[in-house]
Design a protein around this ligand. Structure first.
Ligand code: C2E
Ligand code: CA
Ligand code: CA
Length: 584
């Protein structure tokens, strides 16, 4: 390595005459190189490039002074010299006539910046290439630029970074700090909820004062390395490095709340500052910080409405929160009779008669709005609420039948299908539940069909078998719901007391366009025939589908083409208006 070194930048005075003067016709004739160099306003020197290093051939006073300084500063640091050697070597290899570049080094008073040029000179006495190096100090200009930039990137009132400055600070931290491999960062967005009212009632000066105080308080809740910014009129944001994911950000949120808890004195008044807080966590360090800022802003919007700290973490946590609120609202709804059953007609495809209705749970919540049963049944299953929900549905369905009968003056020739969840079947005594529901309403068991799914049978075949036989003892028909989507083997079907197969909507609705689906439907129909089962097709949305299934010999149909699920009263009217007359 020693041979490559340029450590000492030796000054080898050799005579280098500018060739341009040689023919005697040029005004430079007779002038020494030193004169040319001395005439330049910047530091300038001539270097000779040799395989074992660079040496200085000539240089003006400025250059020689700089060189002395450079030697003082870099003594003992060969890396610097090697850097210069490599740069010059690359320049020579490039074949370019001249290049310019900026260098930065740490000076005593902060970073110093130099604009340098390298230019090719004709070689002198030796064949070593000669290079003209000029160096111009740009430190002052860069400092001015930096100040201007800082103004552009910061908020004049609080001196915090603004939205643009925030982005740059984050980029800087992500690039220049050492981060552990699986690190995450979080953005905490803070919105001063009542800020505009302060502005309106106390004037903009008070508003400014409030912002400055809030900025100070927020700053006091930061940890080292966190960045606080004012990203909008009354919006602040914090960038935080998270070593322990969510719990770190909740910790910061706690500190923010504490910092903001005591009232702020403004124009002789004590003002309590409410703020909405939303957090977002990055998936990893590669995620675009702008995206995370946007997620935090989305979370803070929700927080403004909910009055709670909201967390946006790639849907996951939000979902957990939603599940949690569904669970607690559903618990209340079940206790207070907030659920209803909707009834969707089941149509005899050959005669067009209404044979019955499927009872489907409906829930309109004050806060959550209409929640889909797909969503709340899943939450009910997870939370164990499914047993009371299932009990309620069975009683309610049997009661609806008896109310219809009372309205009509005699038993209606229709039944109601009730859905059973596999979890409910595993945890509750479903047979005695139905027995009670039937007894209580005085309805015949043959009018209440239990819809079970394959997964309930696969989960615990023995228990399922016992239950199904117990339901048969109550005269209840049993339908296998969503048939075709599960794994039940045909042998198990054969040995279970099942009466009806309900072909899943996913096969029915596209069977006219999709040959594979049509084959499945046909197979189920012929399987059902050989097992002596009746078949209901779900999800019939068009007349074509209804006709096709009728031709294929399917027993019963259900779907939007006939009717959507409707209220108990509407279902009764629907039946009464059509009984005896309906044709497909
Ligand atoms: P499911 O048992 O398969 O019920 C049929 C679903 O298909 C219902 O959705 C119904 O509204 C919908 N549907 C009916 N005809 C059509 C059609 O032509 N096109 C389309 N696209 N959809 C149609 P819903 O009411 O949203 O219920 C969803 C699921 O929630 C039900 O699926 C059932 O698994 C469950 N569920 C509903 N109520 C209860 C209940 O009381 N207990 C239990 N355990 N589960 C329930
Ligand atoms: Ca069903
Ligand atoms: Ca179904």
């Amino acid at each position: 390595m020693k041979s490559m070194s340029v450590r000492n930048w030796p000054v080898k005075k050799t005579s280098v005459e500018p060739r341009c003067g040689e023919d005697g016709a040029h005004p430079g004739q007779g002038l020494e190189v030193d004169h040319w160099l001395a005439a330049l306003p910047q530091s300038a020197g001539i270097l000779s490039y040799e395989p074992d290093g660079l040496s200085v051939v000539a240089g003006n006073d400025r250059f020689m002074k700089r060189l002395d300084l450079y030697r003082e500063r870099t003594s003992g640091n060969e890396g610097n010299d090697q850097g210069w050697f490599d740069r010059v070597a690359a320049f020579i290899d490039s074949g370019q006539e001249s290049i310019g570049f900026e260098t930065r080094r740490d000076g005593n008073l902060g970073p110093e910046y130099f604009m340098c040029t390298l230019g090719r000179l004709p070689s002198g006495e030796t064949d070593a290439p000669l290079i003209l190096l000029t160096v111009t100090d740009r430190t002052t200009e860069r400092a001015i630029e930096k100040n201007l930039r800082r103004e552009l990137l910061s908020d004049g009132l609080t001196a915090l970074p603004n939205r643009t400055g925030f982005g740059e600070e984050i980029d800087d931290r992500l690039k220049n700090n050492a981060w552990p491999e699986h690190a995450q960062f979080g953005i905490i967005a803070i919105d001063l909820s009542r800020f505009s009212r302060v502005n309106e009632s106390l004037g903009p000066m008070a508003g400014d004062e409030l912002l400055i105080t809030v900025a100070k308080r927020l700053k006091s809740s930061l940890r080292q390395g966190d960045v606080l910014a004012r990203i909008g009129g009354n919006d602040f944001a914090i960038f935080a490095r998270l070593n322990n994911g969510l719990s770190d950000s909740l910790h910061i949120v706690q500190r923010i709340k504490e910092a903001m808890s005591s009232p702020i004195r403004l124009s002789g008044l004590q003002i309590r500052v409410d703020c909405a807080i939303g957090c977002a966590l990055s998936i990893n360090l590669q995620e675009d910080p702008d995206d995370v800022v946007r997620k935090a802003q989305a979370a803070v919007k929700i927080a403004k409405r909910s009055g709670k700290v909201e967390i946006y973490r790639n849907g996951v946590l939000k979902e957990a929160q939603r599940r949690f609120s569904i669970e607690s609202r559903l618990r209340d709804a079940l206790a207070q009779g907030g659920l209803a059953l909707a009834y969707q007609p089941l149509i005899h495809l050959q005669t067009g008669e209404i044979t019955g209705f499927e009872a489907l749970a409906r829930w309109d919540d004050e806060e959550l709005g209409r929640v889909s049963p797909v969503e709340f049944i899943a939450v009910a299953e997870e939370s164990g609420l499914i047993t009371s929900l299932g009990r309620w549905a069975a009683y309610e369905a049997a009661q609806a039948l008896s109310r219809w009968d009372a309205k009509f003056g005699q038993p209606l020739p229709v039944g109601v299908n009730v859905n059973l969840s596999p979890i409910q079947m595993a945890r509750d005594d479903v047979a005695s539940m139905f027995e009670e529901a039937l007894r209580y309403s005085g309805v015949d068991g043959s009018r209440l069909t239990a819809e079970v799914t394959e997964s309930a049978i696969v989960a615990d075949p023995d228990k399922a078998r016992k239950l199904l036989f117990a339901l048969k003892d109550l005269q209840m028909p049993i339908a296998m719901d969503d048939f075709g989507t599960g794994f039940s083997n045909l042998a198990s079907l054969h040995s279970l007391p099942i009466d009806i197969l309900k072909i899943d909507r996913s096969f029915v609705s596209s069977m006219l366009e999709d040959r594979d689906k049509a084959v499945i439907v046909r197979t189920i129909l012929s399987l059902a025939e050989s097992l002596n089962l009746r078949v209901t097709a779900e999800g019939i949305e068009t007349q074509d589908l209804a006709h096709a299934l009728q031709k294929m010999g399917c027993w019963q149909g259900q779907g939007y083409y006939f009717a959507r699920p409707m209220s108990e009263a509407d279902a009764f009217d629907y039946w009464r208006a059509r009984w005896n007359f309906e044709t497909v």
